[in-house]
Design a protein around this ligand. Structure first.
Ligand code: SAH
Length: 394
């Protein structure tokens, strides 16, 4: 293909031969021509052998690979990729169900589309670009999306204001790039919720906890539930459907608490079992009594970068220690970490240390991760980010 050419330093094609989709700027020997940010480039070894095509960007990751074949990145390419992504969601039985119209259609590297996230909420797709290249291609991607999804997706909301590198000065405004709708109620396994794609975090809902919420439902019967870091209340309405005795949802954001109350009312109007509190997690855990025997801890990413790892692990340790201290005998703790830089082992060690501090007998019932619509590219293990443990505390 006739793209500008990036030449690697000798030997720097190793990771690409193993299909890793990132090329760091330090691996580049020289570039022919002056590609703009977001432009498609071809990548060659020092011996002038073709290795990949991808999106060029200024920064530590200089190229995000779109294909290891010498092919055009055109409308037909986007269409093929989105079709593959949709086929996968149907094959695993998460798309096309009567009781569920919420799922992740595109999970970046996990769908061989680094820099792109697409979540489906009923008839609206919320699209998020994390790279300049995906931003530049947004209209072609939105067209291909309509083509592939037909009537399933009538609106495409573009939400990249906070996810694009600010140095690129793209000034991407959030808004509909196709259709437009104020009907923002979607369904997850038969439960309804409002998606705040306008102002909400991420694409408006944490789609990645679906299977873990479904598991929680099975343990909720007769229990007193604390849903800490509830955001829009996902775990809370599953606990209620599971027959919980009471459910308390806590989040430091007043807006999140409003959303939680709205969502609970949508599914369980006038149900007095639920109460929500806008309060800091640590303060609440300190002042609360010992009434809870099912606790969910799903904090925001404590570490966004490697240097913050130590502090993050300390955060997980402290947080979990408080839960171990207060949870009733025979209680169940669902505890999570969504920090990508915190490994499964790091997280386990932090939680184990917290358990040991409490001196209680603790057993692992389940080890949880992200659901199948957030697949991990086997050549890009960094894509595994969600970790969870379900613990039985005597
Ligand atoms: N469990 C949620 C997602 C949690 S996201 C779900 O299933 O959808 C993390 C949440 O933690 C955010 O809503 C954020 O507002 C909240 N948060 C961040 N810091 C907090 C703190 N110190 N105390 C309480 N909540 C906090």
């Amino acid at each position: 293909m006739n793209y500008k050419k990036v030449y690697l330093k000798p030997g720097k094609e190793e990771s690409l031969k193993r299909f890793h989709p990132w090329i760091f700027s330090g691996a580049i020997h020289h570039i022919e021509g002056e590609p703009e940010e977001g432009e498609v480039v071809s990548v060659y070894t020092s011996k002038k052998e073709f290795v990949a095509v991808g999106h060029f960007q200024v920064g530590s990751i200089a190229v995000r690979v779109l294909s290891f074949h010498d092919e055009a990145i055109d409308y037909a390419f986007w269409r093929r990729k989105l079709q593959t992504a949709y086929d996968l969601r149907r094959a695993i039985g998460i798309a096309g169900r009567a009781d569920n119209n919420t799922y992740r259609l595109v999970h970046g590297e996990g769908d061989n589309l680094p820099g792109l996230v697409v979540d489906i909420y009923a008839n609206t797709a919320v699209m998020q670009a994390h790279s300049v290249g995906m931003h530049v291609s947004r209209m072609a991607i939105a067209d291909a999306l309509s083509d592939v999804m037909g009537d399933v997706v009538r609106n495409v909301y573009y939400k990249s204001e906070t996810t694009l590198p600010y140095k690129a000065e793209l000034e991407a405004e959030n808004g509909f790039i196709k259709g437009g709708s104020t009907d923002n109620v979607a369904m997850e396994y038969g439960l309804k919720f409002h998606v705040d794609w306008l102002k909400g975090q991420k694409t408006g809902f944490f789609v990645d906890q679906r299977e873990n919420r479904a598991l929680l439902e099975r343990y909720a019967k007769g229990r007193n539930v604390l849903n800490m870091f509830c955001y829009t209340g996902g775990f809370s309405f599953y606990a209620m459907r599971g027959g919980a005795n009471l459910v308390h949802s806590v989040d430091s954001s007043a807006k999140a608490i409003d959303l939680t109350n709205e969502n609970v009312a949508l599914n369980f109007p006038d149900d007095s079992r639920h109460e929500a509190f806008a309060e800091d997690a640590f303060k609440y855990l300190d002042r609360m009594g010992d009434q809870y025997d099912l606790i969910i801890l799903d904090p925001p990413a404590f570490a966004k970068h490697k240097d913050a790892l130590r502090n993050a692990l300390q955060g997980y340790r402290k947080l979990n220690a408080k839960a171990f201290e207060k949870i009733r005998p025979g209680g169940i703790l669902f505890t999570f970490s969504c920090s990508q830089v915190v490994t499964k082992d790091n997280f386990r060690t932090a939680v184990f240390t917290a358990a040991a501090m409490s001196g209680r007998s603790v057993r692992i019932l389940h080890q949880l991760t992200q659901p199948a619509d957030h697949p991990v590219n086997i050549y890009h293990p960094e894509g595994e980010y969600l970790k969870g443990l379900v613990l039985y505390v005597e």
